[in-house]
Each structure stands twice: as C-alpha cells, then as structure tokens.
Design a protein around this ligand. Structure first.
Ligand code: ASP
Length: 333
C-alpha cells in the first residue's frame, strides 16, 4: 500500500463557523478523522504546515510548501496538500515551477464547503486526491470535483459551486468516477525531481478597463521587475490622445523590466500580431506574450524566472520554454 503525506495549509475544507465567518481551524489529523475509509486506499501521515485562508497565502508560503515536500520526498510515495480554493490555482502553478519533473504525484485539493457541513464536497475531493496521490500520475496536479487538472492549467471559475475549477487551454489529465481514477494523460517526469527555492516577488498585474489611466502603468513598473498586462481579446494596448501606453512600455523595457501581454478572456489565449493595437508591441524587446498560458501560470513563472536570472534574453528564453505543458511549444501554434 502506498504511503502518502498529507500537508495541511488551511482553506474552507478545514474551516469552522466562527462569529466572524468561516475560518480555517481543523488540523490535518482532524480532517483525516472524517474519512476513516481512507485506510482502504493508502497509508497516510500528516503535517500541519499552515492554517490559513488562501487569501493570505503568499509566495513565502509556496517556498515553505516546497521545503516541506523536499524534506519528506524520499519517505513518501505521494503528497496531498489541502489548500483554500481562492488562490489554489496560483499555488498549483507555483509548485509546478518550483518542483519540476517529479516522478511522484503532488496533489492539491480543497473544497467549497467545510468538511463538517452536512452537505460538503470536502470528503469526496480529499479521497479523490489520495487516489491520485497513490496512482502512477506524476507531477503537480489539482484534484477537484472529479477532475484531475494539470498544475499549470488550473483556474478557479466558480466562487460557490462544487465545479469550481477548469483546465484552461489544455485537457484534463483524468477524471474520477465513483472512486475510480480514469487517467487520460500521463505527465512526463524525470528519475528525480528538480527543486528550486528562489522567487522574485516583484511581479504585478494590471487588468485594463476602457479608459485605464496610463499613469498606472508607470506606477506599477516603477515598483516591479515584471508587469503582466491583462488586455482585451487577443491583446493590444490602447492608443488614443493622451494615452501613450506603448511609449511607457518601451521606456521601462529599455530599463530592463519585463512586460507580458495577456488577455482577460479565459479561453484560447492571446495573439498580439492580429490587430494594429497589438502588432507593434511584438517588435519591442522585453515585451513578451502569454499566448495560451493562464495569468496564474504567467505570474508564478515570472517569479520563478526572475528568481534565477536578471539577464533579459535568458529570461525571455525561459519564459517561452514549456514547463509542465504551461505553454504550447511555438512550433505547435
Ligand atoms: N476563502 C477560502 C480560501 O481560499 C475559500 C475556499 O477554500 O474555498 O481559503
């Protein structure tokens, strides 16, 4: 029987009703006590790493998760992290960059309703996560509502329903039906995982609205090493009297900042070259394009890249190099 480590980090799954609303209070041991039949699937040991609402999860916590998995890697066959749903997709993306090529499964899960509620998705999600962690599906994934989603492709799409996550621009790795895992895609992996423990957190995101004040761009780029701009449709920057977005971007990229253009549309990604408003940006060194990547993956990847290098060309090369199928290889586009 496989031996799995449960790493508790908080979230709704571990929450209880308090006078001030739901707050994570249950320990990973208490979660396990709610699913005694887990002993039929695997042997479980647990650690309580954090107990946070995932709104409070920050990059330093991703590094703590990585260190915990690294420390215990040899002793277990797989890992389950319970986590709040709100930022789980960011954590799944971050762990995909910080732990690459893992031959063992590293599975994130959580729930929309606490484990102690009469109607809850907690028990099914937790048991499914242990099934995947005990399987032959390597690498980082997110298991939720019967779906196994690649860590770099997950996005939260519903704030209340059990069907909370979607796999964006990539098929689900598998599904779970009545406790049976049907694996469709097996991530490739190495003989050993490659761990990284450095991140540059000076990465920001600007979501455009019609009439965005161009001064916001300068404000953010002054304080960031990389800026992700979620623009409209296939991508572009506004160009009208008094709004020189393109000029600002050029000034900052000349000073070594990275700017990534992406889209606020959930599916199908960017294609900057299509319209005049985007086309001229393609020629600006230091301006990158997210194509089919999620914003969660783009922001985590930039933190991972800038944690390793300050060289703009190397950063650019790393950005477009696929990690855990986060971006389609350019030749496939
Ligand atoms: N606010 C909670 C969290 O992200 C929501 C959840 O877990 O579903 O921690």
């Amino acid at each position: 029987m496989k031996k799995i480590l449960l790493i508790g980090t908080g979230g709704t799954i571990a929450s209880q009703l308090t006078a001030d609303g739901l707050a994570p209070e249950l320990t990973s041991e208490q979660l396990l006590a709610q699913i005694p039949s887990i002993s039929e699937i695997c042997r479980v040991e647990s650690v309580q790493l954090l107990n946070l609402d995932s709104t409070n999860i920050a990059p330093e916590h991703w590094l703590r998760m990585v260190r915990c998995i690294r420390k215990h890697y040899k002793d277990y066959d797989g890992f389950v992290l319970t986590h709040g749903t709100d930022t789980m997709a960011y954590t799944a993306a971050a762990l995909s960059y910080l732990i690459q090529q893992s031959p063992k499964p590293i599975v994130l899960t959580g729930a929309q309703k606490p484990i102690g509620f009469d109607v809850t998705d907690s028990k099914a999600n937790l048991k499914d996560a242990f099934r995947v962690a005990s399987s032959d599906m390597p690498g980082v994934s997110l298991v939720f509502n019967g779906k196994v989603i690649l860590g770099t492709r997950a996005q939260k799409i519903r704030s209340k329903s059990f069907e909370a996550f979607s796999s964006i621009n990539y098929p689900a790795l598998g599904v779970l039906r009545d406790g049976v895992l049907l694996p469709y895609i097996r991530q490739e992996c190495g003989p050993e995982p490659v761990f990284y423990e450095a991140l540059d957190t000076r990465v920001s995101l600007l979501k455009l609205i019609p009439g965005t004040d161009p001064a916001l761009l300068d404000f953010l780029l002054e304080r960031s090493d990389a800026l992700v701009i979620e623009s409209f449709g296939v991508g572009g920057l506004p160009e009208y009297e008094g709004a020189d977005f393109c000029g600002s971007v050029c000034r900052w990229t000349e000073r070594g900042r990275l700017v990534v253009l992406t889209t606020q549309v959930q599916n199908e990604g960017s294609d900057l070259g299509v319209y005049h408003v985007g086309h001229r940006l393609k020629a600006v060194p230091g301006v990158l394009e997210a194509f089919d990547m999620t914003t969660e993956a783009v922001t985590a990847k930039l933190m991972w890249i800038l944690g390793q290098t300050r060289d703009a060309q190397q950063a650019q090369r790393l950005f477009y190099a696929p990690v855990a199928h986060d971006i389609l290889w350019p030749a496939e586009r």
